[in-house]
Design a protein around this ligand. Structure first.
Ligand code: SF4
Ligand code: SF4
Length: 111
């Protein structure tokens, strides 16, 4: 099994309401909440961009997937343990998406 830094699968989704942000999560995110949290109705979620959580940083060179707010991440993310049934479910349903994202980045002109 891949380690999380070379995987990133559970940070990918096409749903806008993917990672729920509770009041405690919002407080923990502090100054990052304004740019990373989006409200849908009266519920808050991590903002999604390009098919993944906006807090996910994809390093094309090292092919690593890093949570930019790892120490502050929402409870949902903390509860998803590597190699757990939930993790395996993520890999089974979306395991190709990080690799697709790397390929798309590889086609982008250098910044
Ligand atoms: S918890 Fe599982 S799906 Fe999520 S990044 Fe780690 S190995 Fe990948
Ligand atoms: S907050 Fe971090 S761990 Fe959670 S989905 Fe976003 S990038 Fe992944």
């Amino acid at each position: 099994m891949r380690d999380c830094l070379t995987c990133g699968t559970c940070c990918f989704s096409n749903l806008e309401s993917y990672v729920r942000v509770t009041g405690d999560d919002h407080a923990r995110l502090g100054e990052h909440a304004e740019s990373l949290v989006r409200f849908l109705g009266n519920q808050a979620f991590m903002r999604m961009t390009d098919g993944h959580c906006a807090a996910l940083t994809i390093d094309r060179e090292s092919e690593r997937f890093v949570c930019s707010v790892y120490e502050l991440r929402p409870r949902t993310c903390r509860d998803l343990e590597r190699a757990s049934p939930a993790c395996e479910g993520e890999l089974a349903t979306k395991g190709d998406r990080p690799l697709v994202a790397l390929r798309v980045l590889g086609r982008s002109p250098p910044a």
